[in-house]
Write a protein that binds this ligand. Structure first.
Ligand code: FAD
Length: 424
């Protein structure tokens, strides 16, 4: 038997680690419980420590949907709570598994944990494999000509676009999955959280595909022009799905390439946009997937950015300590309409539009001159899509302490930004 350890890859389709585990049992499986892939999820207290109500709600909903998929395919999800380095060897012994497979994580926390898990499995005589899955191009595979990681997106993005992209892969065959009884999922209160005030989006692969299909039939063709306008409904809203891995990046990319074929064939009728503009828009969207990979690489090579400024000399910034103004910002009570609208969207939807994320982050760090770490911590607590690499990259970009940052003297004027992008 093989254990597949789900983490932030809560899907069955286009999951390379799961496919690797299934491939290993295919051929010699007889459908009995001791010969298939055993799907496992561990509620890890080290990870939960940094979570908020909305993100935990989203994760539980995504797990519920994943579990339903396994049940429809003659298997089930085994869940446990605690330290994966203690739990996984125990589960391997209990079920007679000889190997544990998972998809690689790239943050410092994930890598430290995975190293500990490898050590514990090794000690227990259990094999393991970690598979490259979450992004197209692994850290270290896109570098300067001197072999260094990029600190500026432009050249990284060009190389990213030029590289061939892997195709999505199918979900494993039901015959390769272990026929087991799983465990009930804990309630949000069991995990020490409460139902969020925010109206959190539905989770799960079916919902991700609905979003992707809807986006690829309209918004993607006008993305380049409309994505900065919060009311134009021209963004994918896939961020929580990509963060939790309820859809694979290869599946998303393949859908954008299919959209490109339709645009190039002149088969798309989106008013005011020529086929050439439609193709440019699709490439602009693909660039956002490249940004996601860029920040993943940055975090991989600089795990300390979670708490430290990326640029050393900028660590001397004298931030203002102003709890009153920070609180007004958090509550959406600054008096600046687009800043307040954004902060209320965060509270109500556990999501915020990208243009508005940039505006509220600039406002906190450049106008109020409050440390980006306070803003990052607030986003981390309230976003359903909080992703360490992207959230940190976004904050440090806005604060001018990060990679590829706008210079420190460039400040988004919250009034003109509001008038330009959302006057109503
Ligand atoms: P789309 O425009 O449809 O983009 C598609 C996907 O590309 C996104 O889902 C995301 O995975 C990726 N992407 C888009 N823009 C960026 C970007 N600038 N950097 C990295 N990846 C990007 N994104 C997160 O996924 N999680 C976060 O916690 C997060 N925090 C942010 C904090 C700040 C201060 C800023 C300025 C940006 C942050 N972003 C974050 C990036 C971006 O705002 C969101 O990815 C985007 O708004 C999500 O909406 P969408 O899925 O409709 O995006």
């Amino acid at each position: 038997m093989q254990i597949f350890w789900h983490r932030d890859d809560l899907r069955a389709t286009d999951n390379r680690g799961l496919a690797a585990a299934a491939d290993a049992v295919a051929g010699d499986t007889d459908g009995s419980a001791d010969s298939g892939v055993l799907p496992v999820f561990v509620f890890d207290d080290d990870v939960l420590e940094y979570a908020g109500d909305a993100r935990v709600r989203y994760m539980l909903d995504a797990l519920d949907s994943l579990r339903a998929w396994y049940r429809d395919h003659g298997s089930d999800l085994v869940v446990a709570r605690g330290d994966p380095a203690a739990i996984l060897p125990d589960l391997a012994a209990e079920y007679g598994a000889d190997r544990v497979v998972w998809n690689k994580g790239y943050s410092g926390l994930a890598r430290d944990r995975d190293d500990r898990v490898r050590g514990a499995l090794d000690d227990a005589g259990v094999g393991f494999e970690s598979v490259h899955d979450a992004i197209f191009h692994e850290p270290g595979s896109i570098t300067t000509n001197a072999g260094d990681p990029y600190s500026v997106f432009t050249y990284f993005g060009r190389k990213w676009h030029d590289r061939p992209k892997a195709d999505p892969i199918d979900a494993p065959d039901a015959a390769t999955l272990a026929d087991v009884d799983g465990d009930p999922l804990p309630t949000i209160e069991d995990l020490g959280f409460s139902e969020p005030d925010a109206d959190v989006e539905p989770a799960g692969t079916d919902h991700a595909r609905e979003r992707l299909d809807a986006f690829c039939s309209d918004g993607i063709y006008r993305y380049d022009e409309d994505r900065d306008y919060p009311t134009r409904d021209a963004v994918s809203r896939l961020s929580a799905h990509l963060k939790w891995g309820t859809v694979g990046v290869r599946e998303v990319y393949a859908a954008t390439e299919a959209a490109r074929e339709r645009a190039e064939a002149g088969a798309v009728d989106v008013e005011g946009f020529t086929p050439e503009e439609q193709v440019d828009s699709i490439e602009e969207f693909q660039s956002q997937l490249a940004w996601r990979e860029f920040y993943t690489h940055v975090l991989y090579f600089n795990p300390e950015v979670v708490t430290e400024n990326y640029k050393e000399y900028e660590n001397d910034i004298q931030w203002r300590d102003d709890p009153e103004e920070l609180r007004a910002w958090k509550r959406g009570e600054t008096g600046y309409p687009i800043v307040d609208a954004g902060m209320r969207q965060l509270r109500n939807e556990a999501y915020m539009h990208n243009r508005v994320r940039m505006i509220v982050a600039s406002f906190l760090t450049k106008d109020l001159q409050v440390d980006w770490r306070a803003g990052y911590a607030h986003f981390r607590e309230h976003l359903a899509d909080h992703d360490t690499a992207n959230d940190n990259g976004g904050w440090q970009w806005a604060a001018s302490t990060g990679t590829d940052a706008q210079p420190y003297f460039r400040i988004f004027n919250p009034m003109t930004q509001g008038e330009r992008y959302d006057p109503d």
